[in-house]
Design a protein around this ligand. Sequence first.
Ligand code: SAM
Ligand code: DTB
Ligand code: SF4
Length: 322
Amino acid sequence: MHEANHTVRHDWTREDVRSVYQQPLLELVFTAQQVHRQHHNAGEVQLCRLLSIKTGGCPEDCGYCPQSAHYDTGVERAAMLDVDEVLRTARQAKDEGSTRFCMGAAWREVREGKDFDTVLEMVRSVAALGMEVCCTLGMLTASQAERLATAGLTAYNHNLDTSPEYYGKAITTRRYEDRLRTLEHVRKAGITVCCGGIIGMGETDEDRVGLLHQLACLKPHPESVPINMLVRVEGTPLAEAAAIDPLILVRTIATARVLMPRSMVRLSAGRHSLTREAVALCFLAGANSIFTGEKLLTTPNSEIDEDEQLFRDLGLRPMRYE
Ligand code: SAM
Ligand code: DTB
Ligand code: SF4
C-alpha cells in the first residue's frame, strides 16, 4: 500500500497511519528516505530562526509551556520588543544562513490594538529582507489572518500538539476545534500553514498516530510540520514527565515524511538534548529543517558552531533561497 505509492494523499485512515508508524524502524526510515528523495534535495536542510517578540505572562495554561502565567518557571514577563530590535535579529539570522524567521508571542489569541499593529509592522519589515516570515500568536480571526497576509506573512504556526483524545489532558482552556478553526482562517487568507505537535508529554503511540493522522488529513497538508520533543521546564506540570526515547522521535518524523511527502518536516524543540547521531537519524528519516540560534523562544537551543560542524560531518548544506 504505502510502500509502492509515494504520491500526496489526504485520505489516510487511522489504520493506514498506524501501519506506517508501526513498521520495523529501519524499514520505515528506508521508506521515508525514498519518499524524501523523490520530493526534496536530500543534501539540504532549511535553517530557521525563532524569536520571542512577547515573552511570558500568558493567560493560557498549557501544561508544557514555560510562558504560562499559571506556573512559576522563572520566565519573566516582558514587554513587546520593538521593530528595530526584531529587524536586527532577523538580519543577523539571514547573515547566518537562515531563510525563515519566526516570531512568537505568549498570547492565547490576537487582540486588536497597538501590539497587533506592531506585529504587522514587524512582518512587513522582515518580509522586505526577502526572508520567509512566520508568526505564532495564538488564535486568530479571519480578518486578522487577512491583515497578516497583506503585510506579507508567509506562514502561520499553530500546532495541534497531540491527538484529539489526549489534548484535554495537556491543555484545558482551549479546544481542538479552536485550533482547527484558526488553521482554516490562515488557509483562507492564503498564508501557508505550519502545524505539528509535541511528543514526550506522556502520550502513547496511539496518540502520536492520532496526531499524525489529523495532520495528514488536512487538505492541503501543512507546508511545514514541526515535530517538537518536550523541553521539560521546572515549574510546569510536565516538568517530571518521563524522558522519551529519541528513536520514537525518529519514528514520528519518518511517519510524518511518508504521510506528507512534500511538506518541510522540522526537527524543532528538544534537538539540544539529542546526540549528533540521533540528529543524523532524524535527517535520514526525512527531517529537512531545524531552528538555529542560541535560543528557541525561552529555552536553550544547539550552538550554531556545533550545527555547522555537524553539517560538515554529514555533508549537508543549508538550504538557499529558491
Ligand atoms: N501562544 C501561541 C500558541 O500557543 O499557539 C504561540 C507560541 S507557543 C509557545 C508555540 C508552540 O510551542 C506550542 O504550540 C507548542 O507546540 C510549543 N511548545 C511550547 N512549550 C514547549 C515545550 N516546553 N517543549 C516543546 N514544545 C513546546
Ligand atoms: C514549534 O512548533 N516549536 C517552536 C515554534 N513552533 C514556535 C517553539 C518551541 C518552544 C519551546 C519552548 C521554549 O523555548 O519556550
Ligand atoms: Fe500561552 Fe502558547 Fe504557552 Fe499555551 S503554548 S501557555 S498559549 S504561549
